[in-house]
Design a protein around this ligand. Structure first.
Ligand code: GLC
Length: 424
C-alpha cells in the first residue's frame, strides 16, 4: 500500500475517534481520554497538518490536571457504560471526573515536539507558554511524590506503567492481598476475546489497589505510603527523564522567538536526576533495565517492555548494545518485532495484551532510542516491520508469531504513529 493511501486510512481512524477536542483510544473499548495515548495522538494530528486538534488534545488533558501536578490517567469527559471501572468506582473528588492515578508523561514530550513543528509560530509560542507551568509541575510532582529508593519513578498501580498486565508485575502483584469483591462488570471482554486481555484475578487485584487508594482519600502526595503495590518502573522513569530533557531543548528556541517566563533550570535538574534514577535500575547480569519492587526490596521480572522502553530516554550506546543482543535472540524465535516480554520468560503469552504482543507505541519508543544510540539501520528496520503490521489494520496489538492484529481495532495510537512515524 502506498503512503498516501495508508495515511488517509490512518487519518480516518483519528477522525472517527475524535470527540469534543480530544480523541478516544478506541471507541467501545476505551471511551474516554487516556493520558499517555494523548501524546502520540497529538503527534498524529500534527503530522496530518491538523495542529488545532493536536494542541487541543493536550490543552484538554492538562485542563484535568490535579492541583498537586498529577495528570490523571483517564479523564471521564462524558458518560459511558462501555468501560469498567468508571468514575463511580474511582470516587475521586476532582472536576472533571478522573481517575486518581497517572501514566507515563509522554504528553510533555509531545508538547515539545508540537512546539517545534507548528508552522504557526504565534500559536506554537502561546500554546507552549500557557502549558509550561502544567508540564513542569507534573514532572516536579513525579520527583517529589514518586521517587523510589534509586531515584527512579515509582508506580503505585500496574495501570500507571501503561503496560497493565506485563509479566514484570507478576511478582509485586502476587504480594498484593487486596482482591476486590465487587461484582466485576468488565466490558472489555465483550469486545475483545478474554484470552487477549488481563485475567479475572488480575482485575480483582487492580480494583483492590484502587479501593485501598480510594479509602486513603486519593492523596497524591503520599500514594506510595498508601498502596500495596510500589514499584520503580523503568518506563515511567524513562519517559519522565526524556520529557524533562525535551523541555530543556525547546526553551532556547522559544526564548529566541520571544517567549517569556520559561525557566529551563528546573527541567534541566530533573532531566539529570531522573536519568540517574533510571541508571539505578540497570541490571548488568540481565543486560536490561528492571523494575524494583520497593516493598519486597528487590528487582523483579525477566526482560520485558517495561525495561525495554528505557531506550527512549537516550541511554548510553553500551546499554543499548546489550539490549539489542537480547532482541536479536528474540528475533530468532519470533518473526515479528518487538515482543513485549521475553518469549522464554515466565508469564509470556503471544496474544495476551502486554505479555508478548507487539505494540506500535513500544516500537516507536524503541526505534527512537536505537537511532539516538547511532543504530539508524536497526531503527529503520523496525519502522519497516511495523509499517507492514499497520497495513493490515490499526490494531491495538499484534501477534509476534505472525503479525496478525489482535485486541481492539481502529486503535488511535497505531493510526497516529502511522502518520507521525511510519509514513514520513
Ligand atoms: C490500556 C493500555 C494502556 C492505554 C489504554 C488506552 O489500558 O494498557 O497503555 O493507555 O489501554 O489505550
Amino acid at each position: 500500500m502506498n503512503n498516501t493511501e495508508l495515511r488517509s486510512q490512518a487519518l480516518e481512524v483519528l477522525v472517527a475517534n475524535h470527540r469534543d477536542g480530544y480523541t478516544l483510544p478506541a471507541p467501545g473499548l476505551y471511551p474516554f481520554q487516556w493520558c499517555w495515548d494523548s501524546g502520540p495522538i497529538a503527534l498524529g494530528w500534527a503530522a496530518a497538518g491538523r495542529f488545532e486538534e493536536a494542541w487541543s488534545e493536550l490543552h484538554r488533558l492538562f485542563s484535568a490536571q490535579w492541583p498537586t501536578g498529577m495528570v490523571p490517567h483517564i479523564v471521564f469527559w462524558q458518560d459511558s457504560d462501555r468501560y469498567f471501572p468508571g468514575p463511580e468506582v474511582w470516587g475521586t473528588a476532582h472536576t472533571p471526573q478522573t481517575t486518581g492515578l497517572t501514566q507515563p508523561p509522554l504528553p510533555v514530550s509531545a508538547a515539545a515536539r508540537l512546539f517545534m513543528q507548528d508552522p504557526d509560530r504565534d500559536r506554537a509560542r502561546d500554546a507552549l507558554v500557557s502549558l509550561w507551568p502544567r508540564l513542569l509541575s507534573w514532572l516536579s510532582w513525579f520527583e517529589r511524590a514518586r521517587s523510589g529508593p534509586h531515584g527512579a519513578v515509582v508506580a503505585v498501580h500496574p495501570w500507571e506503567s501503561g503496560m497493565d498486565n506485563s509479566p514484570s508485575w507478576d511478582e509485586p502483584l502476587a504480594g498484593v492481598t487486596e482482591a476486590s469483591e465487587i461484582p466485576l462488570a468488565r466490558r472489555d471482554v465483550e469486545t475483545v476475546a478474554a484470552d487477549e486481555r488481563p485475567s479475572e484475578l488480575e482485575y480483582r487485584k487492580y480494583l483492590g489497589i484502587v479501593e485501598r487508594l480510594r479509602a486513603a482519600g486519593w492523596d497524591t502526595e503520599r500514594q506510595p505510603a498508601d498502596s500495596p503495590f510500589v514499584v520503580e518502573d523503568p518506563c515511567l522513569t524513562a519517559v519522565t527523564a526524556r520529557a524533562a530533557a525535551d523541555l530543556v531543548e525547546v526553551v532556547q528556541v522559544a526564548e529566541a522567538e520571544g517567549a517569556d517566563g520559561l525557566d529551563a533550570g528546573e527541567a534541566e535538574r530533573l532531566a539529570k536526576s531522573v536519568l540517574a534514577g533510571l541508571e539505578g535500575l540497570w541490571d548488568e547480569d540481565l543486560g536490561w533495565y528492571r523494575p524494583y519492587d520497593v516493598l519486597a526490596g528487590r528487582p523483579v521480572g525477566a526482560a520485558a517492555s517495561t525495561g525495554l522502553v528505557a531506550l527512549w530516554a537516550g541511554v548510553a550506546p553500551a546499554r543499548v548494545s546489550r539490549v539489542v543482543e537480547r532482541l536479536d535472540a528474540w528475533g530468532r524465535l519470533l518473526p515479528v518485532a518487538v515482543a513485549t516480554a521475553d518469549p522464554n520468560g515466565p508469564g509470556y503469552d503471544p496474544i495476551r495484551y502486554w505479555r508478548g504482543p507487539v505494540w506500535v507505541l513500544v516500537n516507536w519508543l524503541v526505534a527512537d532510542g536505537l537511532s539516538r544510540a547511532g543504530l539508524a539501520e536497526r531503527a529503520e528496520a523496525l519502522r519497516v516491520g511495523t509499517r507492514a503490521l499497520v497495513e493490515q489494520g490499526f490494531s491495538e496489538y499484534y501477534d509476534p508469531r505472525d503479525g496478525h492484529g489482535i485486541g481492539g481495532h481502529g486503535f488511535s495510537w497505531s493510526a497516529a504513529l502511522t502518520l507521525a512515524w511510519l509514513t514520513t
